[in-house]
Write a protein that binds this ligand. Structure first.
Ligand code: SF4
Length: 317
């Protein structure tokens, strides 16, 4: 028998049973099945559910784009905005679905295997957050389905607590991996992006000046950037610091103009980007300018209606 086919490969019954009922190793081995897109994952899960192996526990990891059911958060266009606003809501205990998820964890782990659509439907019916439920279900799952980037990006692996050491990893259409890694580690930046970024910093300064509440305008709440692990420390960012950042972005723009060639876009190795940032005196260490931009972005997205997503371009570094 076979569990399912992928690029002509067949996984025999004995092999799968050996993984599930493994009594040699202390912890059961999990199978991680990674695909490039969510629609491919849905297709595989659909096929899987029609096999005799549907008794195995599965879960599908997705982003808030697929799994968030909070009306305000899911209506945001940008994924980074969704992350920021979601974190803020959790921090302020303002998401009913997250609160219900926390209360209902013991019932959630007993749910039958579901794909993303089923989990969202159940989350809406029972009013718990499907995004965090999928992560909870992962702990006891025999097979975890996920998009490539959850596996290839070390930060995503850490956030989702994905341990590849004791797992069987299956890449669907593995010939895409190289391109996927290349894309994940690359960033394209133009003068227009930097101009928009400058515009965003001006908006932040304007907001600080206009803000009636001196406390709100000067205090940026920070997050340690790990999912659902909110650090309630506050960081004060002054107008001087914002204008200093603006000067550095202007310097970046100037340097980018000098690098321009008549041949259009030229791919450069990663160290060129680091030199570029360094020459503009941009501090890209954990506590540096990039962190400051990230804090500003998170604060402005969560607390105000300003759209400053161009700042995120710099965070891509
Ligand atoms: S906790 Fe869940 S439902 Fe609430 S905003 Fe975050 S992802 Fe959406």
């Amino acid at each position: 028998g076979s569990i399912f086919r992928s690029n002509g490969k067949i996984f025999p019954t004995e092999f799968i049973n050996k993984l599930k009922f493994n009594d040699i190793l202390e912890a059961p081995i999990q199978i991680i099945y990674a695909s490039r897109t969510h629609s491919q994952l849905s297709q595989v899960v659909k096929e899987f559910k029609s096999t005799d192996y549907n008794r195995m526990k599965i879960t599908v990891l997705g982003s808030r784009d697929q799994l968030c059911i909070h009306p305000e958060v899911k209506s945001l266009e940008n994924s980074s905005d969704k992350i920021s606003v979601c974190r803020e809501k959790i921090h302020r205990k303002a998401c009913l679905f997250y609160r219900n998820f926390e209360i209902s964890k013991p019932d959630i782990v007993k749910l039958p295997s579901m794909d993303i659509e089923d989990l969202v439907k159940t989350g809406i019916q029972k009013k718990f957050c499907p995004y965090f439920a999928a992560r909870e279900l992962k702990e006891k799952a025999d097979i975890i389905f996920m998009p490539y980037n959850y596996l290839l990006d070390a930060k995503a692996r850490r956030i989702h607590k994905i341990n590849v050491r004791k797992s069987i990893v299956i890449f669907d259409e593995a010939h895409n991996i190289e391109q996927q890694c290349e894309d994940a580690a690359s960033v394209m930046i133009s003068s227009l992006d930097l101009a928009a970024c400058l515009d965003d910093t001006t908006k932040v300064m304007q907001w600080m000046i206009n803000s009636k509440s001196s406390e709100d305008s000067s205090t940026i709440s920070t997050d340690d950037n790990e999912e659902n692990n909110i650090n309630t420390n506050a960081l004060t960012i002054t107008q001087d610091q914002i204008s200093n950042l603006k000067l550095k972005i202007m310097k970046l723009e100037e340097l980018l103009d000098e690098m321009k060639t008549t041949k259009g876009n030229i791919p450069s190795p990663g160290d060129v980007a680091f030199k570029w940032l360094k020459n503009a005196e941009i501090d890209f260490t954990a506590q540096g300018d990039i962190q400051q931009l990230q804090d500003i972005n998170q604060f402005m997205t969560a607390r105000c209606n300003y759209n400053i997503r161009h700042i995120i371009i710099l965070l891509a570094f």
